[in-house]
Write a new protein. Structure first.
Length: 218
């Protein structure tokens, strides 16, 4: 669910004033998961911490900040290892691009091989697949198609614009969105639906199939 920016701003102000995540969620009628996501990087000044002392929230806040620093340090260390590993690989070669494409297609692609169909809701994964797909093959951009799967509460115009910008596929190449009925039980914060990328070329589809099968047999 997309919330008005004013609600997020109010949540930040309440957090700085020392309100707990649970209090903020209740006060603003939002999910606690939303308040946690919005406010995880908000620093609570001493004036806010004084309120936390009164409501026995300060220790919890300090512990969350401690674990945040631990996670950030761990991530930085692992990211450095990853960078060192990738420096020794031919990431810009077409063969490597095809291999990465094949593995992503193996995980999130269709398996009838008459065409390429790649589906995911993670914009980073979608961008990565298209980046290597475009690098690996001399594709005809005009043949790319897309379709988004949304819940009924989404704004289809905004979501189409979002995915068009993410993928570099013009809006005119998007099929009519598929709207999934919503139960009303739960709305995902910052969820922009799921996108399917189409490219009709059976030869490339079969090549990707052969590549990921070859990878699995090494």
């Amino acid at each position: 669910m997309t919330h008005d920016i004013s609600i997020k701003h109010e949540a930040i102000q309440l957090r700085k004033a020392g309100y707990s995540l649970k209090e903020i969620a209740h006060k603003l009628h939002i999910a606690k998961s939303s308040s946690s996501l919005w406010l995880r990087d908000v620093h609570v000044p001493k004036t806010g911490q004084q309120r936390m002392v009164q409501h026995k929230e300060l220790n919890r806040y300090k512990m969350s900040q401690k674990w945040k620093r631990v996670r950030e340090a761990r991530y930085k260390a692992n990211y450095k290892i990853a960078q060192d590993t990738l420096q020794n690989l031919p990431m810009t070669s077409r063969d490597m691009a095809k291999t990465i494409c094949a593995i992503l297609f193996w995980a999130e692609g269709n398996k009838n091989f008459s065409h390429i169909r790649f589906t995911n809701s993670d914009p980073i994964m979608v961008v990565t697949f298209l980046k290597y797909f475009r690098h690996a093959y001399d594709i005809d951009e005009a043949k790319l198609r897309a379709c988004i799967h949304l819940h009924e509460y989404h704004d289809t115009i905004k979501t189409h614009a979002y995915w068009s910008e993410i993928t570099g596929i013009p809006l005119r190449k998007f099929r009519k969105a598929y709207l999934k009925p919503h139960t009303g039980i739960r709305k995902k914060a910052h969820y922009e639906g799921c996108i399917t990328i189409y490219y009709f070329n059976s030869s490339i589809a079969h090549e990707l199939e052969a590549l990921y099968n070859a990878v699995s047999s090494i």
